[in-house]
Ligand binder design. Structure first.
Ligand code: NAD
Length: 502
């Protein structure tokens, strides 16, 4: 399968390819073109060539393309769900009910947003000029996406960029490029000129690095790990481009003593196991009042015992594999090292039997984790819930904020005042109250601190893909303006009949 440049599938200049594996079996699913630096150059050139006409299209014309693309993607929903499930190891239910409908809804949302480039009202703020705001596209955007939600991450990068009149070159993760290619083609089929959306299917260190450092790319938007995000920012700095970063997370899940325990137990299990825990907002650290602690740990462990691991194309499967053998080894290693100082209550191993062919890992609860340890501090990105107790509200908030990340969090309580305090005091880009995970196209997604600073989805992300221009238009018509006296107040200068009377 080839990459997508200038509105067509193109082989690479080097003829090299790489293999996409199905993580549920570890067998080869597809062979894909490996993009070289020259391919990135070609994609950037295609995006640059398409920019003037796309930026010059009316908002209504861009909106029509996005709206048609949403309909085309909906028609292909089942195929997209199947491919997403195979390449990313997602249970088919998750791909059908979350990834694909979320992408279609996002596309429809940005179709509507394309017609709403709002700014401040025009007015005579100085008295002598009419000031107005223009929001203009930035140019060519170079985007890099991760493997955990390949289709949705492509949507979050591409949609606000092109809705605002930019053109884009996106590099999906090398393990999961397939649905991103179908996604890009939908825009050409919907009427976008060739070159508006380009996909290069290469590795991070070669294609990704070249794209970020490219002198003809005006903005970099990156979603991925905090470590690579830092490198991306450093590379982008050399060419002074705008940077938009969505990075890792280690979300706290705070259960106060008045919480609905059944809701908290079910909420923690679902929010920790979604996408096999490979979700940047997944509930990672359960911080539970000591009066509920034992019951909470036992409740989640019992629920984990009911979770069905299985083939990803089986409707009955709840939990799929991790994304790769290397990632499985990373998750298993963190739990093994944690055993010395914490209590593995359930799971903590890869399954045996037929599933051992794939990259499966049992749903795992680790209690009494020492604060400051690796399991407490670092992103596991797997089906592993870490649990610690607390005794008072201040301690709960302190523990919730005891992280370098700040992407998402939740507070579980029936006390509205407590919920209000927790929402204010937890430092994260999203705080849920009595739920954890739901996202909506209208609201922003993005982090604080080491989780990055870009916003995806919503009008906030739309604005990040535009430059703000102030136009200040003189309405007096006088040649010698009052403010010129700061410079031209020369001795002996005669009066000018066109002088500003003030
Ligand atoms: P990663 O950082 O390893 O890779 C992300 C992307 O960066 C891939 O496409 C990769 O090829 C590319 N890349 C690697 N090195 C590069 C380089 N030197 N220059 C340019 N590009 C390079 O992340 P991952 O393992 O694919 O994804 C998991 C991470 O993504 C987790 O940390 C997760 O929390 C994060 N994530 C964050 C969000 C969010 O919205 N904040 C959403 C999804 C995932």
């Amino acid at each position: 399968m080839h990459q997508y440049i200038g509105g067509e599938r193109r082989p690479t200049s080097t003829g090299e390819t790489f293999e996409v594996l199905d993580p549920s079996t570890d067998e080869v699913y597809e062979t894909v073109t490996l993009a070289s630096a020259e391919d990135v150059d070609a994609a950037v050139a295609a995006a640059r060539a398409a920019f003037p006409s796309w930026a010059g299209a009316t908002p209504a014309e861009r909106a029509a393309v996005l709206t048609r693309a949403a309909a085309l993607l909906e028609e292909q929903a089942e195929d997209l769900a199947r491919v997403e499930s195979r390449q990313a190891g997602k249970p088919i239910r998750l791909a059908r009910e979350f990834d694909v409908p979320g992408t279609v809804d996002n596309t429809a949302f940005f179709g509507a947003a394309a017609r709403r480039l709002d700014g401040l009202a025009s007015a005579e703020y100085s008295g002598d000029h009419t000031s107005s705001i223009r929001r203009e596209p930035i140019g060519v955007v170079g985007s890099i996406a991760p493997w955990n939600y390949p289709l949705q991450m492509a949507a979050w990068k591409v949609l606000p960029a092109i809705a605002a009149g930019n053109t884009i070159v996106l590099k999906p993760a090398e393990t999961t490029p397939l649905t991103t290619l179908t996604f890009a083609e939908a825009f050409t089929a919907a009427g976008a000129p060739p070159g508006v959306v380009n996909i290069v299917t290469g590795t991070g260190p070669v294609a990704g690095q070249h794209l970020v450092g490219h002198p003809d790319v005006d903005m970099t938007s990156f979603t991925g790990s905090t470590a690579v995000g830092r490198q991306v920012m450093a590379t982008a700095a050399a060419t002074g481009k705008r940077v938009h970063l969505e990075l890792g997370g280690k979300a706290p899940f705070v259960v106060f003593d008045d919480a609905d325990l059944e809701a908290a137990v079910h909420g923690a299990a679902a929010a920790n196991l979604i996408n096999a825990g490979q979700d940047c907002t997944a509930a990672a650290r359960a911080i539970v009042h000591s009066s509920l602690y034992d019951e909470f740990v036992a409740g989640v462990a019992d629920l984990y015992g009911e979770v069905r691991m299985g083939p990803t194309d089986d409707e009955a499967t709840d939990l799929g594999p991790l994304s790769s053998r290397a990632h499985l080894a990373k998750v298993a290693g963190m739990v093994e090292r944690g055993r010395a100082s914490a209590r593995v209550v359930r799971g903590g191993a890869a399954p045996t039997g037929d599933l051992a062919r794939g990259c499966y890992y049992e749903p795992t609860v680790v209690a009494d984790v020492p604060v400051g340890s690796e399991l407490w501090r670092d992103e596991v990105f797997g089906p592993v819930l870490v649990v610690v107790p607390f005794d008072d509200d201040d301690e709960a908030i302190r523990l919730a904020n005891d992280t370098a990340f700040g992407l998402a969090a939740s507070a579980w309580t029936r006390d509205t005042y407590r919920a209000g305090r927790a929402s204010r005091e937890i430092r994260a880009g999203c705080v849920w109250v009595n739920d954890h995970i739901p996202i909506i196209s209208e609201m922003p997604h993005g982090g604080y601190r080491h989780s990055g600073f870009g916003k995806d989805m919503s009008m906030y992300s739309f604005e990040e893909y535009t430059n703000v221009k102030h136009v200040m238009h003189d309405i007096t018509g006088v040649a010698r303006k009052a403010w010129h006296r700061t410079i031209f107040d020369l001795p002996g200068a005669g009066p000018d009949p066109r002088e500003d009377p003030r």
